[in-house]
Design a binder for this molecule. Sequence first.
Ligand SMILES: Cc1ncc(COP(=O)(O)O)c(C=O)c1O
Length: 367
Amino acid sequence: MIPFVDLKSQYASIKDEIGVAIQGILDTCQFTLGSEVVAFEKEFAAYCQAEQGIGVNSGTSALHVALLAAGVGPGDEVITVPFTFVATVAAIHYTGATPVLVDIDPRTFTMDPNAIEASITEKTKVILPVHLYGQAADMDPILEIAKRRGLVVIEDAAQAHGAEYKGRRTGSMGDMGCFSFYPGKNLGAYGEGGMVVTSNPDYARTMRMLRDWGAEKKYQHVLKGYNYRLEGIQGAVLRVKLRHLEAWTEGRRTAAAHYDRFLSGSGVATPEAMPYARHVYHIYAIRTRQRQAWMDALQAQGIQSGIHYPIPVHLLPAYADLGYKAGDFPHSEKAADEVLSLPMFPELTASQCETVSNALRKLAGAA
Ligand SMILES: Cc1ncc(COP(=O)(O)O)c(C=O)c1O
């Protein structure tokens, strides 16, 4: 049996450190925010090459407070992609603004910079690229357009902890970068968590208030805020796990290299790592037109797989009111029909990659 992710074996490898970290929170009773969260904010911001980190209770909340800090509200438009997890678009909706979607580059599954300009109107405030699967979007042209048109850039880096674009870490290139620490993410909490990183002190101050009821001092509510605080236990756990993240990322990159090698010449369409990218392989997605048959055949051999994501946001019933229709974003729609995520976690061995690859070679008729 080869699982899709294996959180248990990772926990087993750090059990003692985690025990000490959680006991520390129980001893101090700093259950929400507190010194471990403050320390983790500093360490994770530095890891992302940004000056400040604002810990929140999910990646979705991170996107929400970042959009609010950028001044986004009803009547504004935010440009993003339909080929993402629904949270990206949901967070825009929370602010009352209108999500405006543009298609992806089919090679990278990320925002096609050439599609942006035609979608900019006088209402556009923010461009929100998603570093899907752990590979950075093509940021230079996106940043150039934003600068020229006076727009804010917010990166959805929920899947891209430690990913790089031309040596720059994701989260540090735009005005703000948003991360998720959902348990299955490359850096996962033992519960929910998220963070915005930024080097803009004004945005940072606003977001610190927004996550904690809009107050800088207790009971002095300057803004209409939220209860989006990061828990102390999550901060303590994430501090421990951050110390291992580079080794785990290398484990993912090694596993991806094994897949690339074992699948080469098989006719299986493997993911493309761009020359500008340090891809951190949150997801290793191949493409196939026989997805369900391949998933079933893998499952019959004890190999789990997944689909990220089967329906692009513009075709989800929840967002039908955006007014898009099938055919509007052909690359996103084709990707949603074809992508198949293979088992991927840092501890995945070469022989497990070979087993999965051999099964796929047979399915592709190349074995
Ligand atoms: C691309 C993307 N954006 C946003 C989110 C939202 O993060 P969370 O689940 O922590 O709210 C996720 C993950 O779930 C995601 O994959």
